[in-house]
Design a protein around this ligand. Structure first.
Ligand code: MN
Length: 495
């Protein structure tokens, strides 16, 4: 039997976690799904509300073509079936932040059907996660309980904003698979430009369905954890909930199907309400809206405008630049990063050393930006400058180590920021020493100062490396390392 590290070991043996995600992604669109009101985040309460969003009597919803296009675009990006005929239904429930008394959603006939999404696992392999469906629906408003000691208020700015609910199949088996799924989905939505993926602002939030079972047994009863809004919280919520269910079952109890809330402060989930069945919502087709129909020609038109998506880009980076799957994965996570890398690596019609370029972007640029807490768009060093820096290394004007120093000078605030790297190298006298007489002098000095080590190195050739390090130090990293290595081996009689 192969060891499955995803299993959780309880008192009665191993348990498997089964996970399915329902992600609500806010559609990128200037106007709401059925009204012309604005969708900008952070507006003054109730300044972006039309009569439709406030559910004034007699108001009629009008479908926003842009939102439909965005849903189709997303469906195509998820390699899913696009339904040319779909229906809007009323999902009836009462909530103070839902003025209509129902949500316009799609139930039996959604705009997008089955698709698939590829995730990368920690061991470098890939796994396909099934997409069950994507449907369009309205967001609700927001109750505000902290404005007055006795009264609650409601902000309807979000009321009627278009959401895509993207439902996965129960194909995930661990925290890391669920997190990889959300990250990948977010990357695809951002590439497509159909959702900004901003989890802090609530543009992307996940309902996580968790159940546990003995390996190879039937699915257990699931609980749904509502509205988890960060990748880290998704992990904490799943881990807590799976262990809670295992404890219940091992105690001889039964898991009750219910909706739960995750408390980020305590790292726990707690019961919110027993789960409604679909019939509790009394779904029926919204009589104010005709079924949504469009042509395959329009779908094809949208398909023709799709950008290169992460999977295709990753394959191309591996193929064209010889990158490792790991590096390619990191670089394609965001379209901006991938573009930046390509700008660094491309030099007119030829390519620079892709591995060196990837190291520079992933290592130096990311690390530097993290330190500054800045996005790539505000990087103090441009892709062009990094390209110039790499050219100095490949022309043997500076070593890779000195390049790192020059990078730091250009990155940190100060007089070198924004300068041409060659100018910095000249000003600071950082050119690599290739004059053999200078290198030989340094080698001789180091050997003369360490006669015992030199004698040992003649017996143990590995010790030669120590001398290379000493000479590099003595020349402030400027000696050509190959030349130093060769000279030392010659002088120790190792070749
Ligand atoms: Mn929903």
């Amino acid at each position: 039997m192969t060891e499955n590290k995803n299993l959780i070991t309880g008192a009665t043996g191993d348990w498997e976690i089964v996970l399915g995600l329902e992600v609500h992604a806010q559609v990128r669109s200037a106007a709401k799904l059925f009204s012309g009101a604005a969708t900008d985040y952070g507006g003054e309460p109730n300044t972006q509300v039309s009569f439709v969003d406030a559910a004034m009597p007699g108001m009629l919803p009008v479908i926003n073509r842009k939102c439909v296009e965005q849903a189709i675009r997303t469906g195509l990006g998820l390699r899913a079936k696009i339904n040319l005929f779909s229906v809007f239904d009323r999902k009836n429930y009462f909530y103070p932040d839902l003025p209509q008394g129902y949500q316009i959603s799609q139930y039996q006939q959604p705009i997008v059907g089955e698709g698939a999404l590829l995730i990368e696992l920690e061991d470098g392999t890939e796994k396909s996660i099934g997409i069950e469906r994507l449907h369009l629906e309205q967001d609700a408003g927001k109750s505000m309980h902290d404005q007055h000691p006795e009264l609650s208020f409601v902000d309807l700015n979000r009321s009627g904003v278009a959401l895509m609910e993207i439902v996965s199949k129960p194909d995930m088996r661990s925290v890391s698979e669920a997190q990889a799924y959300v990250k990948k989905l977010r990357a695809i939505l951002r590439y497509l430009g159909t959702c900004d993926g901003n989890m802090e602002q609530g543009s992307l939030r996940a309902d996580v369905n968790v159940s546990v079972r003995k390996p190879d047994a039937d699915y257990g009863t699931r609980c749904e954890i509502k509205n988890v809004n960060s990748i880290r919280f998704i992990g904490q919520a799943i881990d807590y909930e799976a262990r809670r269910q295992i404890a219940v079952l091992e105690d001889g109890g039964k898991v009750i199907q219910e909706t739960r809330l995750f408390d980020p402060q305590k790292g726990e989930t707690r019961a919110m309400r027993t789960k409604e069945e679909a019939h509790d919502y009394r779904y029926f087709p919204d009589p104010d809206l005709v079924p949504l129909t469009f042509t395959q020609a329009w779908v094809d038109e949208i398909a023709a405008t799709l950008p290169e998506l992460p999977d295709a880009k990753k394959a191309r980076f591996i193929e064209a630049y010889g990158l490792t799957a790991y590096d390619a994965n990191v670089l394609v996570a965001e379209a901006e990063i991938a573009d930046f890398f390509e700008e660094v690596v491309t030099n007119g019609k030829t390519f620079r050393d892709a591995k060196a370029a990837a190291n520079m972007v992933i290592g130096s640029v990311f690390a530097g930006l993290n330190r500054l807490g800045k996005p790539l768009a505000e990087s103090p060093i441009s892709a062009t400058q990094i390209g110039q820096l790499l050219d100095l290394v490949s022309a043997n004007i500076i070593s890779g180590r000195i390049a790192k120093d020059v990078f730091d000078l250009m990155f940190e605030e100060g007089k070198y920021q924004g300068k041409d790297p060659m100018q910095i190298v000249e000003e600071k006298g950082l050119q690599q020493v290739t004059d053999m007489s200078v290198i030989e002098k340094a080698v001789d000095e180091v050997l003369a100062a360490n006669p015992e080590k030199a004698a040992q190195a003649k017996e143990k050739p590995k010790l030669a490396g120590w001398f290379v390090g000493q000479v590099m130090q003595a020349t402030a990293g400027k000696a050509n390392p190959q030349a130093v290595n060769q000279l030392i081996r010659e002088k120790l009689g190792l070749d």
